[in-house]
Design a protein around this ligand. Structure first.
Ligand code: HEC
Ligand code: HEC
Length: 329
């Protein structure tokens, strides 16, 4: 990861170009000058002008083959990896346009945002762990072995999708914080939301919320054993309201009122959902957001949905990084 990361930084940070190819000590010296003078590491990167590369630009070599496999895996996750993604929901059903949509938790730029401190975990984690949080929580599936071909392919795709974004500057891209906050924080009413669902969602997602693989591009499930777990960000009313308002109904985004979006989000998040083992350990330093639907340190569950038992206990949890130095041999 680091050689590539360094190259990205060298190519785009104009002032750093001079530092590329020098020894580590010389670069450290340049860094010291930068801290004093302020200009040496100034970047020309413009986060509002940057665009992720197009699929046609995937290179025609071995790395390109891996990137293409990664793209196929995030698009057809349940078909490709049924043992890890057992439901009716693929990565790109939330990360729309293959991760390019800035209003749907973009994956574009993610390679330049990690490793990162995640408050929910209470630790600095790498991108593979972040991917596995979505496998275990958003797909209610199993953790994909980090050393597997498939994980490396997904990471290759994410790295390619971040082409040109200097390391550390990914966090400045539009949507970098995940699903955008709604302008007004309202409280949803699930009874009114049920009426919105029947009128504006059920034609695709089904009255039972189970989706429909026959409607292109394949409509994902919104609750029950085939959908995201209670530990997913989408299970939070505010996050769901914002995703829905910005992106749904599919093909008619931003047509709901903010109140309708909160109401239908309250309806969707009140339905039965797969449990997420270990969720009580989230936000270990306290401070869980108000709409988290389960108990954590110092936080009472917000409108908790009925939970469905989960068979795959151990594989459903992403372990917090532990120190290798403490391992007994
Ligand atoms: C025209 C069909 C259609 C309508 C109507 C529609 N959706 Fe969707 N929905 C989709 C499709 C298709 C996706 C996946 C998009 C993709 O893969 O690009 C999706 C994805 C989602 C997701 C994220 C994935 C998941 O399973 O959780 C949510 C949440 C969602 N829709 C909620 C709603 C809500 C709420 C409504 C009504 C306000 C609605 N949708 C109306 C087709 C539709
Ligand atoms: C149910 C919707 C959903 C599904 C399905 C989903 N994710 Fe996510 N993912 C999210 C949300 C939401 C966030 C951002 C967190 C937030 O807004 O709080 C996120 C964040 C991420 C991030 C971190 C992005 C960043 O730069 O911070 C990565 C990487 C990621 N997901 C990869 C995946 C992969 C790979 C899959 C499939 C295995 C997947 N996701 C499936 C909803 C989903």
């Amino acid at each position: 990861m680091s050689p590539r990361a360094f190259t990205i930084g060298c190519l785009t940070a104009i002032a750093s170009v001079a530092a590329c190819g020098r020894s580590r000590t010389e670069r450290a010296d340049a860094g010291a000058v930068a801290r004093g003078g302020g200009a040496v590491h100034a970047s020309s990167f413009d986060p509002t002008a940057w665009q992720p590369p197009a699929e046609a630009d995937i290179p025609r070599d071995s790395l390109g083959a891996s990137i293409r496999r990664g793209l196929a895996l995030v698009t057809h996750t349940t078909d490709s990896l049924p043992a890890y993604a057992p439901g009716r929901i693929n990565c790109t059903n939330c990360h729309l346009n293959a991760g390019r949509n800035a209003e749907a938790a973009p994956l574009a730029g993610s390679f330049a945002r990690f490793p990162k401190y995640m408050e929910r975990t209470g630790a600095v984690i790498g991108l593979a762990d972040r991917v596995n949080y979505c496998f275990t929580r958003s797909l209610a599936g199993n953790r994909l072995p980090v050393e597997s071909r498939e994980m490396q392919d997904i990471l290759a795709y994410l790295a390619w999708l971040s082409t040109g974004v200097p390391v550390g500057e990914g966090k400045k891209l539009p949507g970098a914080e995940g699903i955008l906050p709604m302008q007004s924080q309202l409280t949803g009413d699930k009874t009114r939301g049920g009426a919105v669902f029947t009128a504006k969602c059920a034609a695709c997602h089904g009255v039972d919320g189970q989706g429909n693989p026959a409607i292109p591009p394949g409509v994902p499930a919104l609750w029950g054993i085939r959908s995201f777990s209670v530990g997913a960000s989408m299970a939070r009313q505010g996050k769901a309201a914002s995703f829905i308002w910005h992106n749904m109904p599919f093909g008619a985004a931003k047509s709901l009122t903010a109140q309708e979006a909160f109401d239908v989000a309250a309806y969707v998040t009140s339905q039965s959902r797969v449990d997420s083992p270990g969720k009580e350990g989230d936000w270990p330093a306290r401070g869980a957001p108000a709409d988290v639907p389960y108990v954590t340190a110092g936080h009472a569950a917000f409108a908790p949905p009925p939970l469905l038992a989960r068979a795959n206990g151990r594989e459903a949890v992403v372990p917090r990084p532990t120190s290798a130095a403490r391992k007994s041999r």
